[in-house]
Structure formats: C-alpha cells, structure tokens
Write a protein that binds this ligand. Structure first.
Ligand code: ZN
Ligand code: ZN
Ligand code: ZN
Length: 101
C-alpha cells in the first residue's frame, strides 16, 4: 500500500506546528494520522500511530497506511512520543518548510 501524495488542508494545518506531539504531548488531538507498518512490525505493536508530518518526514520510505480511512481521530503521535527511533520533527521544526515544495 502506498501513502497518498495528496495533502488536504487539515493536514497542512498540522505542518505549522511540526510534530503534533510537540504541541499536545500525550493529550489526544483530532488530526489525520497514519500507521507506519514498517515501524509497527519492528516493535511488534500495530496500534501505534504517527502524525502526518512524521509520516512524511521521519517515516519517509516506510510502508504507511492511512489511519481510519482518511478521517481525523483523536490520537497523539507515537513517533514524537518516543515509541520509535528519534523523531526528527521534534528537533527540526524549522526545517519543515523545505520538505514541502
Ligand atoms: Zn509526529
Ligand atoms: Zn516508520
Ligand atoms: Zn516523528
């Protein structure tokens, strides 16, 4: 399965704040999200989700599955939350604008 390249307005709003975990910490936040199949297999936990920014940035090239059929749900980003390897977005918020061109 491939991640869609289309980025809707709601997702774009997320880009302004970088990884949503940076803004919300462990409070659930209504946002579009993805499952990273590659990382979930690695830690043997398929319930972990990642925010859109992390899907595109930290998990570039990984096998992604959009969560909840593209709907937004109240989740927090497990990438920023430290479930996977270092989250790049928690450190590089300012460089995000160069990713989306
Ligand atoms: Zn994130
Ligand atoms: Zn991943
Ligand atoms: Zn991340």
């Amino acid at each position: 399965m491939e991640a869609s390249n289309e980025i809707d307005q709601e997702s774009k709003d997320c880009f302004k704040i970088g990884c949503t975990f940076g803004a919300t910490l462990y409070s659930n936040y209504t946002q579009p999200f993805y499952y990273c199949i590659s990382c979930n297999e690695e830690i043997d936990d398929e319930s972990k989700v990642i925010c859109v920014i992390c899907a595109i940035h930290c998990h570039k090239g990984h096998k992604l599955q959009i969560g909840a059929y593209g709907l937004s749900q109240k989740v927090f980003c497990d990438c920023g939350g430290g479930s996977f390897n270092n989250c790049e977005n928690m450190n590089q918020k300012n460089s995000l604008s160069s990713v989306f061109k």
